[in-house]
Design a protein. Structure first.
Lengths: 242, 347
């Protein structure tokens, strides 16, 4: 399923954050969204995931128009996301953080135990996969920044989205963890998940992405494979100001 | 996941103590006054537990729950006097009506968070106070509304005893419902809202529908408590039924006991409820009880933000096992252990 936007626009007062963005991400690939600070990447993410309602244009996922829908509707349609300043449920344990992503689906299901065996096993599976299983019973607020980033990703994966949007996965993490996150993204992508990553770390972006979209002043100025983007004059101009 | 013995200790044992206490209290009470105080304390316990459906799960602090109880009381009274419904039929119908009314109230109020929600909830109380005072042709206005007793021939002590048991049953029902939600997926979603509403929404939780549903459940229990009060006390006055103080006391009780705990609000209701009765007897209508409860609220918020039960449990845990003082230390130790193991495996 392809995630794309058509003529997306969002202004805050007089500031136009997104200015008629037509973006199409490649399904089944690792897509990256790069651009200078203030180029509208996070606002774009927020419009796509329903956290902000766009003024104009549309967000389409597969054959579904998700424009302006509530975030939980978009999440259930199969678009998961992490936050730039990673967000977990601080006073819930790691395993509860992951279990919170289970969809209740109906009244009867909703009243069932939140710790049913099949779900708990799946939650532990994701914690193990992300290397934080030993912290399963620790409250998220007592975990380190890097551990919380992994925990946030575990929760998103628990909801089984087809497309995952990561907002600065490398922000504030050490080089070893950075490598691990890069490897994880590639592995999870190989299993069929589409990724869209907003990231400033160019080494990470260039090494893991198949397709890069460059944003400047609220709209894409270039799109293509890493090698092409690296050589693009407009990109160099936007990033380096030459 | 809490294991069976732990959940028996933290849920089953207190439930047993509570049931035994409710069963024995009326026989042990030395006089009808003490028994009537028991009814009042149980009323507070139901109100605080009902409040905790919203406050404890979602973290939305409502000061307006007193108004929902007042609505339940007035609806019960009016259904008996104007619609000739039997007392307990009126009580149930009133609770259903208040639950239905909670849908539009919640729809409007739950759109705002934090301090704004608190203010909206206060506004609810003040608006209803004005309505019930001014609309005297229906509500009796400030002259009050006399509600006929459900057991006309019954002597006063027996009347108190009957209502003590009715309140006891309602409290157990409210606690059982809270427990059921607490362990459910729905409850997990509600707690996720308390922790980070936007995050919960982004994970696929329909947060608004969840909040509204639990607000309606909370309103229904609150209205039942208010309706029982109307049947027991037999006289309603808008000034007392729609008072911001009622909501404040409920919040104090829940916070004092601990809002993340099933029995927290009950414990808080017993402590604060008994204290309020004591102040009423000793100091009459002086504002001393307000000063003291205000002071108590300040102390709780500053020194025991999680309430008495969690603070005491933490204290017991510390005394029992001094090394196990925080999760962070355990985690660090875990990591060090793992590092040693890894290094041992390498070499």
């Amino acid at each position: 399923m392809t995630l794309k936007t058509v003529g997306l626009r969002k202004a805050f007062g007089g500031v136009v954050a997104i200015d008629g963005a037509d973006v199409e991400f490649l399904p089944g690939k690792v897509n990256a969204l790069i651009g200078p600070n203030g180029s509208g990447k996070t606002t774009f993410f927020n419009c796509v995931t329903g956290m902000i309602k766009p003024d104009l244009g549309s967000v389409v996922f597969g054959d579904r128009d998700l424009t302006g829908r509530a975030p939980h509707v978009i999440a259930r349609a199969g678009v998961g996301r992490t936050f730039q300043l990673c967000r977990t449920f601080p006073r819930m344990t790691a395993v509860e953080n992951v279990l919170a992503a289970v969809r209740p689906g109906g009244v009867v299901h909703g009243l069932r135990s939140s710790h049913r065996r099949t779900e708990t096993e799946r939650a532990h599976h994701w914690l193990t996969r992300l290397g934080i299983e030993h912290l399963a019973e620790a409250e998220a607020r007592n975990m380190s920044w890097g551990q919380q980033k992994l925990l946030e990703l575990a929760g998103v994966l628990m909801a089984e989205p087809a497309t995952i949007l990561l907002d600065e996965p490398a922000g504030g993490v050490n080089p070893a963890l950075l490598d691990r996150i890069g490897t994880l993204v590639r592995e999870l992508n190989a299993e069929g998940r589409t990724f869209v990553i907003v990231e400033h770390n160019m080494d990470l972006v260039m090494s893991i992405s198949d397709h890069i979209v460059v944003f400047d002043r609220g709209r894409p100025i270039a799109a293509g494979p890493p090698a092409e983007i690296r050589a693009d004059e407009r990109v160099l101009g936007a990033y380096l100001g030459v | 996941m809490p294991n069976a013995s732990k959940s028996l200790l933290s849920y089953g044992l207190p439930a047993l103590v509570l049931i035994v206490a409710i069963a024995l209290f009326p026989s042990l009470a030395p006089n009808p006054y003490i028994l009537s105080s028991g009814v009042i304390v149980l009323n507070w316990a139901v109100l605080a537990t009902a409040w905790n459906f919203v406050g404890g799960f979602t973290g939305y602090i409502s000061l307006g729950h007193g108004a929902l109880a007042g609505l339940g009381g007035y609806a019960t009274g009016l259904l008996i006097t104007k619609a000739d419904l039997p007392s307990f039929g009126a009580l149930i119908v009133a609770a259903v009506l208040v639950a239905a009314l909670a849908v539009p109230i919640g729809y409007a109020a739950l759109r705002v968070r934090g301090a704004s929600f608190v203010i909206v909830s206060i506004a609810l109380v003040l608006i209803l106070l004005l309505v019930f005072q001014s609309w005297s042709s229906v509500t009796g206005g400030s002259r009050g509304l006399v509600v006929p007793r459900p057991f006309p021939g019954m002597l006063r002590p027996d009347h108190h005893r009957a209502f003590f048991f009715l309140y006891g049953g309602l409290l157990l029902l409210a606690l059982a419902t809270w427990w059921l939600l607490d362990r459910s997926r729905f409850g997990m979603g509600l707690k996720a809202i308390r922790e980070d509403e936007d995050k919960a929404e982004s994970l696929g939780t329909p947060t608004f529908a969840y909040k509204l549903t639990v607000f309606v459940v909370s309103a229904a229990f609150t209205a039942l408590a208010g309706g029982l009060y109307a049947l027991w006390f037999g006289d309603l006055d808008p000034v007392f039924q729609f008072s911001v103080l009622t909501g404040s006391y409920i919040v104090l009780m829940a916070l004092l006991g601990g809002v993340r705990n099933l029995y927290g609000p009950v414990l808080g209701a017993i402590v604060v409820g008994v204290a309020l009765e004591y102040f009423k007897v000793e100091f009459g209508n002086s504002p001393l009880h307000l000063v003291t409860t205000g002071l108590l609220l300040g102390l709780v918020v500053m020194f025991m933000p999680d309430g008495v039960i969690p603070s005491l449990t933490a204290l017991v845990k510390r005394l029992r096992n001094r090394e196990d003082s925080s999760i962070r230390e355990v985690t660090a130790a875990d990591l060090a252990e793992q590092r040693r193991e890894r290094e041992a495996a390498k070499s």
